[in-house]
Design a protein around this ligand. Structure first.
Ligand SMILES: [Fe+2]
Length: 243
């Protein structure tokens, strides 16, 4: 298992490293992933066998695609080793978000192997018809699509970009973003660099340009649990929009 995990991480690092020639932001991700030597915590509890999103795993893995054959082969090879967990605790999260998303860390504190430095990487499955609302986090993030079609929106005013296999999105620190799936499930590789122990802020609008944000903090089992809400100040909004 460790060998397959290490190969998957090496293949992800190779692909991101190859892309980094035209996108310097990717270089730090390939460095992070270069070897699985970092510290690890106790394994996380897995999502129950009847978790609704599990039904989409097999079809997604059966139809992986993209321009990097080594990467696709490595993801296929590791499918049976992955430990899928629910991303958001069901309390207070929109049901589609709680029931429609699963993550399996390959490298990082709760991964199959450790990661170098302060970061993690793995796979993220989103069921059809899910809207993961605007949110921000301090860590920098990459999503790289290996199955399906994702609408990924950066900033509250912009047009979503489409992620299809072989395309990626780079989320700068504290940039507001949302993810939407349509009729197909979407399978992404995710990678985070930066602090992993900070909140994930989920935003809500009053429909008139005002925003609040709810602090979701990571529990020891790795899931996000809702804490307090607060207004989004003008300064926070400007940073989140990338202005
Ligand atoms: Fe994110």
């Amino acid at each position: 298992m460790r060998g397959r995990a290490a190969e998957a991480i090496a293949a992800i690092a190779e692909e991101l490293g190859a892309r980094a020639t035209g996108d310097a932001a990717l270089a730090s991700f390939s460095d992070l992933l270069s070897q699985g030597t970092g510290a690890r915590n106790a394994p996380l509890p897995e999502a129950p066998p009847d978790h609704p999103a599990r039904a989409h795993l097999r079809p997604a893995f059966a139809a992986l695609s993209g321009p990097a054959p080594r990467l696709i082969a490595a993801i296929e090879a590791i499918a049976g080793d992955l430990r899928w967990r629910q991303v958001f605790d069901g309390t207070g999260a929109p049901p589609t978000v709680a029931e429609g998303m699963l993550a399996a860390q390959i490298a990082g504190p709760v991964g199959l192997i450790g990661a170098n430095g302060d970061g993690c990487a793995g796979l993220f499955l989103i069921a059809p018809g899910v809207h993961y609302p605007f949110h921000t986090h301090e860590a920098t993030e990459i999503y790289y699509c290996v199955h399906g079609r994702l609408l990924l929106q950066y900033g509250t005013q912009s047009k979503p970009m489409e992620l299809t296999p072989g395309l990626y999105g780079h989320t700068p620190s504290n940039r507001v973003h949302s993810l939407t799936t349509e009729a197909e499930p979407v399978l992404l590789i995710y990678a985070w660099t930066g602090p992993l122990d900070r909140p994930n802020w989920i935003w809500d609008t009053d429909g008139q340009g005002g925003w609040t944000r709810a602090n979701w903090s990571r529990r020891d089992d790795g899931s996000w649990v809702k804490q307090a809400e607060e207004p989004v100040t003008a300064a926070l909004l400007a940073e989140a929009e990338g202005n």
